[in-house]
Design a protein around this ligand. Structure first.
Ligand code: CA
Length: 226
């Protein structure tokens, strides 16, 4: 197995050193860049398997870097921000990042996210075979990994929208638009309650795998069964 090469772009030295230690322990090789201006030249000459990119950097900011990166490359990208409120705005900008992490983060969580994003970015994992997820809209039924789920209309719609874009994070606002297209405004708690019923139904049938994943303080995403 080849080692994945991860680029950490972060100007807080202590943080990047600790993060590098954790990732190295998980078997990754690490390169750290502190100045935003150094990112593109490095990436072009030595493309990493994944980039952890801090938003606020000296030299050049993370937004700018993400935009240029996506103009020529689909290298898996996890953006790191110091403010949780920022994540909604970043999602809205559609930078093409694969995930977002908010500081302060747990190192174990970052390692888990890195693993997930790398697994998802493997070409063979990007599309799931038709027999893994089958959606029957008329009957509000879904078959996941051969297990049949009986859902309410709202649960079905939530599952459908997320399953069509595996790995994409849906904010509660995104989901609200889907299940109440009439523009009705309901509380985040209403959305959470529908999603948690959906998750429970899936979990009862497929306890070994988390299919609809809660992304802390941001929303939810559908994870590919593998
Ligand atoms: Ca910073």
């Amino acid at each position: 197995m080849t080692t994945h090469h991860i680029l950490i772009v972060e100007d807080e030295e202590r943080l990047s050193a600790l993060l590098a230690d954790y990732l190295k322990k998980s078997g990754y090789t690490i390169h750290i860049i502190e100045n935003g201006l150094d990112v593109m030249p490095y990436v072009r000459s030595n493309p990493p398997d994944l980039i952890l990119l801090d938003l606020m950097l000296p030299g050049r900011d993370g937004l700018d870097i993400a935009r240029e990166l996506r103009s020529f490359s689909q290298i898996p990208l996890i953006m790191i921000t110091a403010r949780v409120e920022e994540i909604d705005r970043l999602l809205g900008l559609e930078l093409g990042a694969d995930d977002y992490i908010c500081k302060p983060f747990s190192f174990r969580e970052v390692v888990a996210r890195v693993k997930t994003v790398l697994r998802r970015s493997k070409p063979q994992a990007q599309e799931y075979p038709a027999d893994q997820v089958v959606l029957d809209k008329a009957r509000h039924k879904a078959v996941i990994l051969g297990k049949t789920l009986e859902l309410t209309a709202i649960e079905f719609n939530l599952l459908e929208i997320m399953a069509m874009s595996p790995g994409r994070i849906f904010t509660r606002d995104n989901l609200m638009d889907v299940i109440y297209p009439d523009g009705r405004v309901v509380s985040d708690r209403t959305i959470d309650s529908h999603v948690s019923k959906l998750r429970r139904k899936i979990q009862d049938l497929i306890p070994e795998k988390e299919i609809v994943v809660s992304v802390y303080s941001v929303g939810y995403k559908f994870e590919l069964p593998d």
